[in-house]
Write a protein that binds this ligand. Structure first.
Ligand code: SF4
Ligand code: SF4
Length: 356
């Protein structure tokens, strides 16, 4: 199969330019793959050609030195072919099998964690957090560092019933794949934004502010050249703050995180699933977030002890029922678990897959 011709003057270069020759030669004709160790796997083509993958976890915030070191290792062992997966695992694509063991040895010697393939955890996808994004209700890289310090053996050596995808998003915009991860942290604001009336008129376009609110909670207040918020309708999403900084959503005392479980992207055995609420709120506790780490460890341990082989977290919960999930994990069921959102009917009906 030949690769499609494509010419464009916008967007990234065509991915074909960056494929290892063995992948180009066998494009569309890959037959099987086998996990060799928690950090290595081999793909075999119909022609018998093979390509080996070595996966490492990426540190949370990457220094240019680290990226250069990774690229140097890729140049040395696999022709410079390296890629970052959507969950920011770093993968070296090794065409010459003889280079695999020396690459793994040097990665370990340099302190990289080799793993993340097969029934365990992979790199934790996360968002920007306090380091960068204006809307963040928590730190993202800090939580992930604390999580990985606790769970790293599930990346390198220990196994679980199936793969467990972890994610952290620092607000409900969820730039990370929280909605389709087995166990995920999503940060939440919990208070209606405070309006600095004097500056709204000076700094913001009122129609844009009103249009930004997904629940139509914002009304103009022409008399004072500002806006008002209907508190009953506000769901603390922070959209208005994004377009109008004088409507401040941040509240250090009340911002924190929720934990959701049971999401997955794959359609193997069961349909893709969206994550559902497990723990409505935990306070931010930088720099190590002990309650968040303990809560995830508890869910992970109970899943590991009770799920059948190959069951993802969501599949396990659906088999035993949510009532037993709350009993086994000891998580309290609260009124926040009841979906009474205005658009509940739509969310209950939603599935990432459909049937004719
Ligand atoms: S999840 Fe929200 S706060 Fe975090 S990076 Fe994305 S938009 Fe910003
Ligand atoms: S936080 Fe979200 S729901 Fe609340 S007023 Fe702002 S845009 Fe509307």
């Amino acid at each position: 199969m030949s690769l499609p011709e494509r010419q464009t003057d916008v967007g990234p270069p065509h991915f074909e330019k960056f494929l290892p020759p063995v992948i180009k030669e066998n494009y569309g004709k890959w037959k099987s793959h086998e996990v060799l160790t928690p950090g290595t796997m081999v793909h075999t083509a119909e022609s018998g050609d093979q390509i080996h993958t070595v996966r490492i976890a990426s540190p949370r915030i990457l220094a240019t030195e680290t990226i250069r070191e990774m690229c140097d290792l890729a140049e040395k062992y696999c022709g410079g072919f390296i890629r970052f997966t959507t969950r920011n695992n770093v993968e070296f694509l090794v065409s010459d099998k003889a280079q695999m063991d020396p690459l793994v040895a040097e990665l370990k010697e340099k302190g990289y964690m080799v793993g993340g393939i097969g029934p365990g955890i992979s790199n934790v996808i996360h968002t920007q957090g306090w380091v960068h994004c204006h809307g963040a209700c928590t730190d993202a890289s800090g939580i992930v560092k604390a999580m990985m310090d606790e769970f790293h053996e599930y990346f390198t050596t220990k196994t679980l019933p199936n793969k467990v995808r972890l994610a952290v998003a620092c607000c409900v915009n969820m730039c990370g794949a929280v909605h389709v991860s087995d166990i995920a942290v999503v940060a939440v604001h919990r208070k209606v934004p405070a309006i600095d009336d004097e500056n709204v008129g000076k700094m913001c376009e009122i129609p844009t502010v009103i249009g930004s609110c997904p629940t139509s909670a914002i009304r103009p207040n022409p008399k004072d050249k500002t806006v008002t918020i209907n508190e009953e309708k506000c769901m603390y999403c922070g959209n208005c703050f994004t377009v109008c900084p004088p409507i401040n959503i941040h509240n250090p005392e009340h911002d924190g995180v929720a934990i959701v479980v049971g999401g997955k992207i794959g359609s193997l055995r069961t349909s893709p699933k969206f994550s559902k609420l497990a723990i409505p709120f935990l306070h931010n506790e930088p720099p190590r977030w002990p309650k968040v780490v303990d809560a995830i460890k508890n869910i992970l341990d109970v899943y590991a002890a009770n799920a059948r082989k190959h069951e993802r977290v969501g599949e396990w919960i659906e088999r035993i029922g949510w009532e037993d999930f709350f009993k086994l994990t000891g998580i309290e069921f609260t009124f926040q678990h009841i979906d009474d959102f205005t658009f509940m009917r739509d969310t209950l009906r939603t599935s990432a897959a459909f049937k004719y």
